[in-house]
Structures are given as C-alpha cells and as structure tokens.
Design a protein around this ligand. Structure first.
Ligand code: ZN
Length: 96
C-alpha cells in the first residue's frame, strides 16, 4: 500500500480527504517579433555559433527552466487556506 504526503506540510494524505491541486507555470513571455533591415543584414551563422557557444557554458537544467517550468502541488485544506490568504494579501505582487 502506497502512502501519499501533502507537498507543503508533509502530512499523510488520508483516503476520502479533501485535497487541492495548485499548479504554477512560470515561462518566458512572448515578445512581438519585429524584424528590421539590420536584422536581415546580420551574419546569422556567426550569431548562431555565438549563441550556441554561450549556451554550452551554461547549466542545461537552468536554461530549460528559464524558458518554462511547472510545479504541481497537492495541498491539504489548511495549506490551501494559507496559500490562498497569502495570495489574496498580494504576497507575490509588487509592494507599494
Ligand atoms: Zn498541508
């Protein structure tokens, strides 16, 4: 028999217990593509080589995470309430 634990508090998940799923996606925003004459005049081969050389020096996992990452958490009712209140209070928002 498998046992499951809530992701935030680590408490054991009991059968028939209310559970909540929180899914967070963090990904690079799309910028509108604007191609200029200058872009077309670039040496694309050289630029690609430069970018690949630059990427080769970096951590592949970190590079992937910069583009997209997703977290899916199982929350108990108490943790759901805590997370909800913190979000409602603007914890992740700009403080003025
Ligand atoms: Zn919990």
């Amino acid at each position: 028999m498998y046992e499951y634990f809530f992701d935030r508090c680590g408490k054991l998940v009991h059968r028939q217990q209310n559970r909540y799923t929180m899914k967070i996606e963090l990904f690079a925003s799309k910028e509108p593509l604007e191609i200029t004459e200058e872009d077309l005049d670039q040496d694309h081969r050289r630029e690609m080589d430069r970018l690949l050389a630059e990427m080769a020096k970096q951590d592949p996992r970190k590079l992937m995470a910069e583009v997209y990452c997703c977290y899916t958490l199982d929350l108990c009712p108490s943790c759901r309430e805590t997370v909800f209140e913190r979000l409602e209070q603007g914890e992740l928002l700009r403080h003025v």
